[in-house]
Write a protein that binds this ligand. Structure first.
Ligand code: PGA
Length: 251
């Protein structure tokens, strides 16, 4: 069984101005120095360059929070994969539930975003997850199957191990209601099984993060589960000391 390197990513959402972002990275770096795992920050577009500058020489990955599926075109206000690649961003979060809920993100668009990110050399973090009423109605697996199958439709086998999947039950995001370890493991195991159906053993290389109210108290247990290889952390990532404690919990 391949070793999957843990990957903890913070998602700042629409928080932090440039000066705050720089200070944050300067505070975080010594706290995670030498730790043997991957750490990333999904930063607003306007903070990407200052964060990368502050993170220079370290392994901290500064990642974007979204991208358009086309490389170029008449899409005012949008940013594409080649634009992110040009400034040296190594990855991009796509399909976050807030973008699905509030910004019209569709599974169809994501189906094009994954290959587009991969073609530009970016490492995508694909977020999937069910709504509260879907879970209550026993539709969690149906929802996850749809999201995962749609998103991976045009991903070639050669690229699949470069994709990170974040399982984020929508009812757990920003609510303080964290999935139980059983719920989280079951969903992440199911996602891996879906990837295995299409790509066979390559699924064992794909990293799956859990996200949704992860904090420095619940992280260790969630991160010890067999199909959970990391975390996508929203609110608790805004403070570097708290985020660093979550990073340590992955070791
Ligand atoms: P949360 O957000 O940790 O604040 O619940 C997670 C996310 O939106 O990725």
């Amino acid at each position: 069984m391949p070793e999957r390197r843990p990957y903890i990513a913070g998602n700042w959402k629409m928080y932090k101005l440039r000066g705050q972002a720089r200070e944050y990275v300067q505070e975080l770096l010594p706290l995670i120095d030498g730790l043997d795992l991957d750490v990333g920050i999904c930063a607003p577009y306007t903070c990407l360059d200052v964060c990368m500058e502050a993170a220079k020489g370290s392994k901290l990955r500064i990642v974007a929070q979204n991208m358009h599926e086309e490389d170029y075109g008449p899409y005012t206000g949008e940013i594409s994969a080649p634009m992110l690649q040009e400034i040296g961003v190594p990855g991009v979060l796509i399909g976050h539930s807030e973008r699905r809920q509030f910004c019209g993100e569709t599974d169809k668009a994501l189906q094009r975003k994954l290959p587009s990110a991969l073609a530009a050399g970016l490492e995508p973090i694909l977020a999937v997850g069910e709504l509260e009423d879907e879970r209550e109605n026993g539709e969690t697996e149906r929802r996850l199957r749809h999201q995962v199958q749609e998103a991976f439709e045009d991903v070639q086998a050669d690229d699949v191990r470069r994709v990170v999947v974040a399982y984020e039950p929508v009812w757990a995001i920003g609510t303080g209601k964290v999935a139980t370890p059983d719920q989280a493991q079951e969903a992440c195991g199911f996602i891996r099984a879906l990837i295995r159906d299409k790509y066979g053993d390559l699924a064992e290389h794909v990293r799956i993060q859990y996200g949704g109210s992860v904090n420095d108290e619940n992280a260790r247990e969630l991160l010890s589960l067999p199909d959970i290889d990391g975390a996508l952390v929203g609110g608790a990532s805004l403070d570097p000391a708290k985020f660093a404690r979550i990073v340590e919990a992955a070791l």
